[in-house]
Design a binder for this molecule. Structure first.
Ligand SMILES: [Zn+2]
Length: 111
């Protein structure tokens, strides 16, 4: 079992964010976050970290090679700011309407 670090740290990435992979076999690839596993600190990124697996024929299901997406540690992805298109860190700003995420580079709100 892998230890979960920084459990207290808030998840700053959310579904629909465009991210770049910083580590692992898909380093440098970009994709959109499809699912966030908050408790595990992992995210599924579309088209990234796909593993091939051979499956045996079972009943009506044809065997063959299927693609299995695996989650990526949140610490291994970086947000791509939709405003300035740069890889950035996420900050927070308190507005009248509540807390909003901001890009630390251009200081604009990241929705
Ligand atoms: Zn920005």
């Amino acid at each position: 079992m892998e230890k979960i670090k920084n459990q207290k740290s808030k998840i700053k990435i959310k579904k629909g964010d465009k991210v770049r992979i910083l580590l692992g076999k898909d380093r440098g690839k970009e994709g959109t976050v499809e699912y966030v596993m908050g408790k595990k600190g992992k995210v599924f990124v579309g088209g990234v970290n796909i593993y091939k697996r051979h499956v045996k024929k079972m009943g009506n299901i044809e065997g063959g090679i299927i693609d299995i997406p695996k989650p990526v540690n949140i610490s291994n992805v970086a947000l791509i700011c939709p405003n300035c298109k740069k890889v950035t860190r996420v900050g927070y700003k308190v507005e009248k309407t509540g807390k909003v995420r901001i890009c630390k580079k251009c200081k604009k709100e990241v929705k």
